[in-house]
Design a protein around this ligand. Structure first.
Ligand code: PHE
Length: 339
């Protein structure tokens, strides 16, 4: 029995020294300490020993068990330390290196201005409507009093997709769509969005943005339009601004006006920006044509309305003193960072 214990002890020590992984340690534990392990088997043999031999053998067996448990946990610790050391050697992190800078983006000037315009109109009780950019000829032209072959269609050279559909050349089709949906309720909406025309030079881009406004109710007059636009202009460009309405033509408004604001650079005295007139044109507007109201089902004897439409790029350029429209679309970071 004593020899047996010694033999197991030696084999065990040898195996422990060679063990190189947690799995191997677990196997050793089962092999020696498990229910059917060598030490348990030896304990079972105790009964066959002479009574005087038993205490000694029992003591040795206990020592063996303790020794193994200790060695196993020591070895486990050793392996864990080694693994950690290896990991540390492989993953070097120099905390003294400077961090990589987080680059902050900025909002595009068109977004800034669009949001500001929306805020102003929301403050006057308007709600926001959107319409499709691929629009039916029917809404983009016919419902705005521009039947096929109407010469005013040339005012806006447009991109057709097929015989019936085009990229909308203005946000005005949203007027017709909204009137169709809401008739006979009163309307007070703005409709911002992209529009498309076949122009491309320093002052025109094939894609640009407009914001349309439409108010329909009983008793709406040109004075309401003027008051609304004056309020907008003063919030956008400063309390000192004045506006002036000049007669103009749009097929879907009657009367139609072109709206100028007093030049924000010279205050109306005359400068390069206002071409010495003291005034800068900013938008088109008018009273909704009775026929346009009628096409949606509004009774033009009872309902009147006004509409206006302006270019967002133009407003942004005037606001920030930008003189080339193309910078809006080139997305040069140095330009964008100014906002
Ligand atoms: N849709 C017109 C344009 O693009 C602008 C406008 C809108 C004029 C609403 C009158 C009323 O030129």
């Amino acid at each position: 029995m004593l020899d047996k214990i010694k033999e197991i002890r030696e084999a065990m020590e040898q195996e422990l020294r060679e063990a190189a992984s947690g799995d191997q340690l677990r196997e050793l534990k089962v092999k020696y300490l498990g229910k059917k392990g060598s030490i348990s088997e030896l304990s079972k043999g105790m009964g066959k020993l002479q009574p005087e031999e038993r205490p000694k053998a029992g003591q040795l067996l206990n020592e063996l068990r303790l020794k193994l448990e200790e060695s196993l946990s020591a070895k486990q610790q050793e392996l864990a330390e080694k693994a950690l050391e290896l990991k540390m050697a492989q993953e070097k992190l120099d905390v003294t290196l400077p961090g990589s800078p987080v680059k902050l983006g900025s909002r595009h000037p068109l977004t800034v201005v669009t949001d500001e315009m929306k805020e102003i109109f929301l403050g006057m009780g308007y709600t926001i409507e959107e319409g499709p950019q691929v629009e039916l000829d029917y809404y983009n032209f016919e419902r705005l009093n521009l039947p096929a072959d109407h010469p005013a269609r040339d005012m806006q050279d447009s991109f057709y997709i097929d015989a019936k559909r085009l990229l909308r050349s203005q946000t005005s089709p949203v007027q017709a769509r909204t009137m169709d949906r809401l008739c006979p309720q009163p309307i007070k909406i703005i409709s911002p969005g992209a529009v498309y025309r076949r122009d491309d030079d320093a002052t025109h881009s094939p894609m640009f943005h407009q914001m349309e406004g439409l108010v329909v109710d009983e008793g709406i007059s040109l004075a309401d339009l003027k008051g609304t636009l004056l309020n907008f202009v003063r919030q956008m460009f400063g309390e000192e601004r004045e506006i002036r309405l000049r007669p103009s033509f749009f097929p879907f408004t009657e009367p139609s006006v072109e709206v100028d604001i007093s030049c924000m650079l010279c205050g109306g005295k005359g400068c390069r920006t206002c071409k010495d007139t003291g005034w800068i044109e900013i938008l088109g507007a008018g009273m909704v044509h009775p026929h346009v109201l009628e096409m949606s089902g509004y009774d033009p004897e009872k309902f009147t309305g006004f509409a206006f439409g302006m270019g967002v790029e133009r407003i942004a350029m005037l606001k920030y003193g930008i003189d080339d429209l193309r910078v809006m679309f080139e997305n040069d970071v140095r330009f964008l960072q100014r906002f």
